[in-house]
Design a protein around this ligand. Structure first.
Ligand code: AMP
Ligand code: ZN
Ligand code: FE
Ligand code: FE
Length: 280
């Protein structure tokens, strides 16, 4: 397929409200410069960046919607994307408040493990990097500022990865709980980056719990993975979603868009994303 055959959209991006390195408004400006037809902000475990991003999108005429990516406790990368949500939904807000607390405690445990390894970090300094959802990327940035590592990736490789000496497993809801909170907020859920899952998952129970989508189009997915996830989508009647997982400069995902999403896949979900602005 030629590049023009794909839609220039991005349904999975992060801002500094979670672990991205650009503000919500700057994210929108980057998307606009890249000529994105549609942008969705899906910060981890928070919708705090949505109002600022929406204001910038309105002023630039950028098609935009708010969404979320909820980290679950079912493995390191088992994340659930939420689309078409009402950010004020009480069930969602309750779940996020609990998660915020648990993630702050988890970072404290990571800092303790690092201390035993002889690396001294200032916990408060890390926690102030994100009021909303502090995590391993913020610890990685603290290691970077201290000169212990040179990149976020090096911090994960040496300390923070699953099995690493300062690894503390993910906290958060179960997958069905995350799906329920998204549905409670009027939205629908898609399984993020299935190619990154550390173990093979049986999607059946999650589909029974209300999962409606799977993120087929993702930068690190190989052709054969995409084929397999499309088959999975067909088997469970799931919608195919896609996004870059952009986190901004000085991260692992510095490129916005470019996700090779076919027009028919976007057409099927376009009306359910809550997009505002930017004409048709
Ligand atoms: P946490 O939420 O604390 O478990 O951290 C997970 C987040 O860390 C992911 O969403 C990514 O943004 C980031 N991440 C995971 N693995 C790596 C890696 N190898 N290098 C850089 N960032 C990573
Ligand atoms: Zn992230
Ligand atoms: Fe993720
Ligand atoms: Fe993400």
């Amino acid at each position: 397929m030629s590049p023009e055959a794909f839609r220039n959209v991005d349904l999975h991006t992060h801002s500094a409200c979670s672990d991205g390195t650009v503000s919500p408004a700057e994210l929108v400006r980057i998307a606009h410069r890249a000529g994105l037809e549609a942008l969705i902000l899906t910060d981890h475990n928070t919708v705090a960046g949505v109002p600022e991003a929406r204001r910038e999108a309105e002023s630039l005429g950028q098609r935009f919607a708010g969404g979320i990516e909820i980290n679950t406790r079912e493995g390191d990368c088992t994340h659930i994307l939420g689309y078409g949500i009402d950010p004020t939904g009480a069930g969602l807000q309750d779940l996020l408040a609990g998660l915020r607390r648990h993630r702050r405690e988890r970072v404290e445990r990571i800092v303790e493990l690092l201390q035993r390894l002889g690396v001294q970090l200032d916990l408060e300094d890390i926690r102030t990097q994100s009021d909303e959802t502090v995590g391993r990327p913020h610890v990685a940035d603290a290691l970077l500022r201290k000169g212990v590592v040179r990149t976020r990736s090096e911090a994960f490789r040496r300390f923070l990865r699953r099995g690493g000496p300062a690894h503390v497993g993910s906290v958060g809801p179960t997958v069905p709980e995350a799906i329920a909170a998204i549905r409670d907020a009027g939205g629908w859920a898609s399984l993020a980056h299935p190619g990154l899952l550390s173990r093979k998952c049986d999607l059946g129970p999650w589909v029974d719990a209300g999962l409606e989508g799977i993120e087929v189009y993702y930068p690190s997915h190989t052709r054969s993975q995409m084929r397999r996830f499309l088959e999975t989508a067909e088997r469970y009647r799931l919608l195919a979603t896609g996004g870059s997982d952009f986190h901004g400069p000085r991260t692992d995902n510095e490129k916005i868009g470019g996700i090779r999403m076919p027009p028919e896949a976007f057409d099927r979900i376009e009306g359910r994303l809550g997009l505002i602005g930017g004409g048709a």
